[in-house]
Write a protein that binds this ligand. Structure first.
Ligand code: NAD
Length: 275
């Protein structure tokens, strides 16, 4: 199976489907990421705060997969925002990953109370210029945070990675991002299992109609909406299930009925409250 790629605003490409490792225990990470790579995933999404970059790196190293065939993202944690601190944090991440570059480096949260995300983005710009991050972007930025970055730096982030699933689609920030060529990465694409998304009749009916599972229908909805996704599972059979989404297509009506599930709101923290 070949996963479709999307082109970012800097010309680099990203596999639209990847594998996320939030809440994957450090001691289990190498096994789990190795399973994901064997399943076929080539895009791995981690972060310094997940504490598992070393395990990701060990799995990448042991896989024998050529570096150009992998896409690796990590993120700058809030308490390292700034200039020198961001450079140091980035070096530590690269070291733990055992890589000489990452494909994508993100500011994990805007942390507006710190007021350092503009400065941090300028640091990431220098990291990108050094070639050690191919692309740079942000995560959990709302439209006003993005607007300020665009006004005060020369950088247009390649992506904004935000909480996005059928019950919480963030229309304002996604419209703003798309208008500026910023790709949307949807975190918590399955709602983190925090509401009964798979029991929603429109999801269940589409699953039945296509002979797929509700999780596959939701992942397919993301892909057809143009989102980049990296659902997480520790279980090999679910990794395979979540990867097996390229042999069917949702109709316009099915897409629209799933889009109409917007209502519940976020299942995780509000970006203005995370510092
Ligand atoms: P998710 O929506 O991918 O949900 C994961 C949970 O869904 C799993 O723990 C599992 O219980 C369940 N699940 C997975 N596959 C399933 C299947 N086929 N059938 C039934 N249940 C299934 O949530 P997530 O892990 O929070 O998000 C994905 C990735 O996004 C993370 O691993 C991480 O890389 C990233 N993320 C980023 C941020 C951020 O602030 N930038 C925050 C959270 C997550």
């Amino acid at each position: 199976i070949s996963v479709p790629t999307l082109t970012l605003n800097d010309g680099h490409t990203i596999p639209q489907l990847g594998f996320g490792v939030f809440k994957v225990e450090p001691e289990e990470t190498t096994r789990i990421v190795s399973d994901a790579l064997e399943t076929g995933y080539r895009h791995i999404d981690t972060a310094a705060i997940y504490g598992n970059e070393a395990g990701v790196g060990a799995a990448l190293g042991a896989s024998g997969i050529a570096r150009p065939d992998l896409f690796v993202t990590t993120k700058l944690w809030n308490d390292r925002q700034g200039t020198a601190s961001a450079f140091d944090a980035f070096d530590e991440s690269l070291e733990k990953l055992g890589l000489d570059y990452v494909d994508l480096y993100l500011i994990h949260w805007p942390a507006p109370a710190k007021d350092r995300y503009v400065e941090s983005m300028k640091a990431l710009e220098q990291i990108r210029e050094s070639g050690r991050a191919r692309s740079i972007g942000v995560s959990n930025f709302l439209a006003p945070h993005l607007a300020r970055l665009l006004a005060e730096t020369d950088v247009v982030p390649a992506v904004n990675q935000i909480e996005l699933h059928p019950a919480h689609q963030q229309p304002e920030v996604t419209a703003f991002a798309r208008a500026h060529g910023i790709r949307i990465e949807a975190w918590g694409p399955l709602g983190q299992g925090k509401y009964p998304l798979f029991e929603e009749p429109v999801v269940a009916v589409a699953a039945e109609a296509h002979g797929k599972t509700p999780a596959q229908v939701v992942i397919r909805w993301h892909l057809q909406m143009g989102n980049i996704v990296f659902p997480k599972s520790n279980r090999r059979e679910r990794m395979a299930e979540n990867f097996d989404v390229f042999d069917f297509e949702l109709s316009h009506t099915e897409l629209a009925t799933i889009t109409a599930l917007e209502r519940v709101g976020r299942v995780s923290a509000h970006p203005d409250d995370v510092n």
